[in-house]
Design a protein around this ligand. Sequence first.
Ligand code: SAM
Length: 233
Amino acid sequence: MGSAWRVFWQQFRENFHTTGAIAPSSRALARELCWALKDQRAVADSPPRRILEVGPGTGAVTRFILGHLRPGDRLDLVEINPQFVQFLQRALESDPRFRIPPEVEVQLHQGSVLRWEPQEPYEVLISGLPLNNFQPQEVQEFLDRFAWLTRAGGVVSFFQYIGVRRLRQWVASAATRSRLRGIGQVLHATLSQYEVRRRMVLGNLPPAWVHHLRFADPRPPSLPGKIERASHP
Ligand SMILES: C[S@@+](CC[C@H](N)C(=O)[O-])C[C@H]1O[C@@H](n2cnc3c(N)ncnc32)[C@H](O)[C@@H]1O
């Protein structure tokens, strides 16, 4: 198995559009992305949780998530890139840093989160998607999908690199500038309504903002049909 950095660098060069980063997330970034899991851990008799990680890549954040899971929890990993899926599958099978805690179910799925249709919604969704690489309407689709995938009161956590959009606006073509401006507007509209926590993580390459959202009901109107919520009172 190649090292995570080597695989990541290769995918950065071969699939920049979906990879969007030069290196896996740092421990500091992973720690902050897991904020909602730490929070709920304090409640001794809280029920098992369903957690979704979107775009786990080589598993830099996955390892931290695993460290926060309790018996009965379930973790789904949805990754679009088959090379990352292969790497992560092997890591989950044989790398001690990816030890799955007892009575925890972990499932790795290959495909786009836009097509992911689970049986039940999640309490926590953690995303590594490189939002700046997409069109504004795609970013809106991702955010809507995240809202649809989480139960009311659930937490969605994601990051964006600090200043990258502003920096690229200086050097990019008019079309790219307009795309980046559009992404900023889409993110601002959602964050101003649903953000519950924001932290700056300087210890990452590049430094990042981590955003935590809590979508309440009613959900955004553009969502696809509802997930059956029978087992989520
Ligand atoms: C910036 S990397 C983050 C990887 C990892 N979470 C980390 O923090 O090191 C973005 C990840 O999102 C994945 N990805 C991009 N578009 C996706 C989609 N539509 N559905 C699922 N995964 C996607 C990429 O393949 C890649 O693994």
